[in-house]
Structure formats: C-alpha cells, structure tokens
Design a protein around this ligand. Structure first.
Ligand code: GLV
Ligand code: MN
Ligand code: MN
Length: 415
C-alpha cells in the first residue's frame, strides 16, 4: 500500500508492454517503425490507443483534425485541465520512441493514478496530436497548430502527399475526422515527455533534460524547371539541367550554417527528380529546405541570403525557380515555473537534470503560445533519432515517466 502520494511510482513493466505493443505497429525489419500520418499504420496505432483509453474509462474525444483526447475527471471539473501527450505518427523508417514514449508515458501515468485511486483536483487529459512529423504532409505539428489557432484548417486539409493523396481524404479514410471542431480550450498546463533526439544529455551523463524552449524552424519547398533532353546528344553548354541547379543549391544549404554560425543548422532532406532516367536530362526537381536556430531572426536572415544565391544559380543554369513556404515557426520559450518544477521533481526522485534547448520541433511549440508549457527529455543513445536505430535505455524511460507522473500530479492537484 502506498504510504504517501510522493511515493507513487509508475509500473515500468506495464509501460514497456504498451510501448512494445505500439512498436509492432508499422515495425520495420531493422528495428524501427514506419507509421506515417494518416496511413493504415497510423490508424492501427490510434485504434489500440483509443481502446487503452477506454479500458481506464477516460472520456474520449476525436476532433476534426484527428487529434485524440482522453479525459480523466478531477474533483472540480470546472477548473482548466492539465494536458499531457505527444504523437504516434513517425518519420519514414523512423524510431520507436519519438512521440510514442510521451503518449504511452502519459497513459502509464493515468493507469497508475487510476490503479491507486488517486483523485486529482483538476481533470487530466491525455492527447495524441495528428501529423506531428510533417513528413508525409507538410507542415509538421499540423494537429496542434490548427487546434491552437496558428494554422489554417482548410489549407492543411488540402495538403497532398507525394502520391497526390489529400490530407482530408486520408483523415476520413482512416475514420478519424471527428465531429468536434479542433479548437483550443483553456489549460492549466501542458507537459510533453519525449526523447531528446540529440547527443547533449548522453554526453552530459544526466538522465532528465529540461528544454527552455524550441528553436525556430523554417521549411521551404523549392521547385526547379529546366529542359529535358537526350543525355547523349545535347551539348553540355546547351543544357538547362534542373538537377545540377538543385545540386549547387543543396551544397549552399549545407555550407550556410558555417557562415552564419551561432548553432544554426540547415538540411535538404527530401528531393524529387523527374523524369529520373539514366539517359534523360532532368527537367523537374523539387527539394525541401529545413533551417533551424535558437537565435532570434537568424533563420530569416539566413534564408534571405540563400534565396539570393538560389536566384543566381537558377539564372546561370537557365532554370525557372519557384519557392513555397510550408512552415515558419519562430522559437518558442517554455514556462520558467514549469521547467523549475521539473528540475525540482527530478532532484527529489534522485535523477540529475540538465537545462538545454530543443533542436527538434514538438507540438509543445504551439502549446507554449497559449498555456504554461514544458517538456521532459530522456537521453537518446548515440544522439540518434528519425532513424530505425533510435534507442533509449529502459531505465531512463522509466525515470522520465516518473518525473512526468509527479509533474502532472502536482499540477493537477493545484486548486
Ligand atoms: C519533428 O520531428 C521535427 O523536428 O522536424
Ligand atoms: Mn516527436
Ligand atoms: Mn520526430
């Protein structure tokens, strides 16, 4: 029998069982998961998640962005609830922890409270946000962005994947276009538990990461139109090779951060080349640009430089250039008092904590605009994430979930 509420601990075996079950959905041969937003695998993950919420008698709501909420009542249900969760979709051939740990960690917190008959003052709501990754449909954090009033629902509904499938049609097809409008409601606090996805925590030897906020993120889509022609007969000087133009631009993206400094990163992660044939000069290329930095305004300034360089390259290579923005998120800062609370809880539980910054995007970015928000990070082995080899020590997952338990509990007990 638990003597005091401060002695409460999550059931690590139960957490692991849920996490292992989830990791079978979209499991890849190399040990990752391929669970793209609004795919059959995403549907299967949602179905089992909803069943788990119903098992502990949560009030389940699905909104018209497919965000899934499960509410556990408190003593005073007129008080704004504590919200906690993350996402169940993954990057292509991604890892088993990204997103799933925060959702299933919250589920374990609620299972623990239910099993021990803990009655909180405020309601607690668990959430699975739709399309956090943004890999199949740009932009990332679409479900939380619309819910928070920062993204336009119609625009998101009309986004298409690389095969031309519409977001809305896919949401409907998997049965998660809920009846309730995706719209923010008052919150007491938002917690998101997640793996760090980088090497900082592991290198520090600490167990709990406490990000002060999330870097600014800019996503652009670059479209180049050249002239297709025969690879054997077209003289080199007579070419408009869209892939060569893209190649030069991509290297500029890679080199720009070293010119800008201050911890900026730049990536081209997606590319489509047509007609993609050995003996045809490419005439249609589309690639993505991802720029991130914690420093205010640096991303915008870097993009202005890149854009000017892209124009020069396109002209030189006789290609038409079109650029579309798909995400523009300025850096977000988390609640100082919630971060301090996480550090305090970690210390009391005997886990060393480290303050840091998140280089990865999270739904917490949009939540931080509208409610006191904070995140709890668990270390990533080798700093690997968005890859099948993504991994975290099981005892670290347990530690983070216990920190989440006591943060959510303390917040839900506030009158
Ligand atoms: C989401 O995972 C992102 O950081 O892009
Ligand atoms: Mn994530
Ligand atoms: Mn991710």
């Amino acid at each position: 029998m638990m003597k005091h509420i401060s002695d409460l601990k999550v059931n690590a075996d139960r957490l692991r069982n849920a996490w292992e079950k989830m990791a079978t959905i979209g499991a890849t041969p190399a040990g990752g998961v391929h669970r793209l937003a609004l795919s059959d695998e995403d549907k299967a993950a949602r179905d089992i998640f909803v069943a788990w919420l119903e098992d502990i008698h949560l009030e389940v709501t699905v909104d018209d962005m497919g965000n899934i909420f499960g509410k556990r009542s408190g003593k005073n249900n007129t008080l704004p609830p504590v919200l906690s969760g993350s996402h169940l979709d993954s990057a292509p051939k991604g890892g088993r922890f990204d997103g799933a740990l925060g959702v299933l960690g919250t589920l374990e917190v609620l299972r623990t409270l239910t099993e021990k008959n803990v009655v909180t003052e405020r309601p607690i709501i668990i959430v699975n946000w739709t399309n956090e990754e943004g890999c199949r449909f740009h932009p990332a954090m679409a479900g939380s962005g619309v819910w928070a009033g920062r993204l336009d629902k119609k625009t998101i509904y009309n986004q298409t994947d690389s095969r031309g499938k519409r977001f809305f049609d896919e949401l409907k097809r998997i049965g998660y276009n809920g009846a309730v409008a995706a719209k923010r409601f008052p919150l007491h606090a938002y917690f998101e538990y997640h793996i760090e996805q980088g090497p900082v925590l592991e290198n520090s030897g600490k167990v709990i990461g406490v990000p002060r906020g999330i870097v600014g993120v800019l996503w652009k889509n670059v479209f180049l139109k050249g002239l297709a022609n025969h690879a054997g007969t077209t003289p080199m000087q007579a070419r408009s090779d869209a892939l060569c133009a893209a190649a030069e631009m991509i290297l500029n993206v890679n080199e720009l951060p070293s010119r800008m400094g201050r911890g900026m990163v730049g990536t081209v992660g997606e590319i489509h080349n047509l007609p993609n044939a050995v003996n045809v000069i490419p005439d249609n290329v589309h690639f993505s640009v991802d720029l991130r930095c914690w420093e205010e305004d640096l991303v915008e300034r870097a993009w202005e430089k890149l854009k000017a360089e892209f124009k020069e390259i396109a002209e030189k290579r006789k290609c038409a250039l079109e650029i579309k923005e798909s995400m523009n998120l300025s850096r977000s800062a988390f609640s100082k008092s919630l971060c301090d609370k996480i550090i305090d809880v970690s210390r009391k539980l005997g886990y060393p904590a480290l303050e840091m910054v998140s280089g990865a995007g999270h739904d917490a970015a949009y939540l931080s605009d509208i409610a006191p928000t904070a995140m709890i990070f668990a270390p990533s082995i080798g700093g690997q994430s968005h890859v099948e080899s993504e991994n975290t020590k099981w005892e670290d997952c347990e530690a983070g979930t216990n920190v989440l338990l006591h943060c959510v509990l303390a917040s839900a007990m506030e009158k």
